[in-house]
Design a protein around this ligand. Structure first.
Ligand SMILES: [Zn+2]
Length: 187
């Protein structure tokens, strides 16, 4: 994994999944769920909320209505990839702001929301992506292998100490420039 192969793969997957996103998803989510953190309930007027994936991207979850919910940055980062029902029942932050009955009601609300949009079943990444996109992901793995096998060093590319996870397009562009310099170098 020397150069953060997993992170590049994750970035490409995010770019590919973004092709399957619902347009204007945020306003649709606002209409259906309002704009409070679905976990702790903090208002979007108090904190800048984010869209949290119920099914994570790693499991093929897309930015589509029925799979994303408003969440405050604290709940979003605390939850990571914990199943959302489990997070609602176990988070200390949630427990400080909602009683057990409210938590169960919130679970029902989110379950209904997922069901309405046919998102209750775990998505399959290979069903979500088109054959072309799956082929691109496979080619990408080959490229990453070539890079991590040491070819990268010849390009003079220096790894940056921090690549942000939440900017997949930027990472993708970076990878493309590495790929181009690799191509130039070997021709
Ligand atoms: Zn929250």
């Amino acid at each position: 994994m020397g150069i953060g192969r997993g992170r590049f793969r994750k970035a490409l997957r995010a770019v590919l999944l973004s092709q399957h996103a619902t347009p204007n998803v945020e306003s649709l989510v606002r209409q259906e769920l309002g704009w409070n953190c679905v976990y702790c309930g903090v208002s979007g007027e108090v904190e800048r909320l984010q869209l949290d994936h119920l099914w994570p991207e790693a499991e093929g979850g897309c930015v589509v209505i029925g799979n994303v919910v408003p969440a405050c940055p604290t709940c979003n980062s605390d939850r990571r990839e914990t199943p959302w029902q489990h997070f609602l029942r176990s988070s200390e932050r949630v427990r400080n702001r909602r009683d057990a009955e409210q938590v169960e009601r919130q679970i029902d609300t989110i379950t209904d929301y997922m069901n309405r949009h046919d998102q209750a079943r775990q998505p399959d990444l290979h069903h979500v992506l088109s054959p072309e996109e799956r082929a691109l992901l496979a080619d990408f793995d080959l490229l990453l292998s070539a890079i991590s096998d040491g070819a990268l060093a010849r390009t003079g590319y220096k790894k940056k100490s921090s690549v942000k996870f939440n900017e997949p397009c930027q990472m993708f562009n970076e990878l493309v420039s590495v790929a181009k310099s690799f191509q130039k170098d070997s021709s």
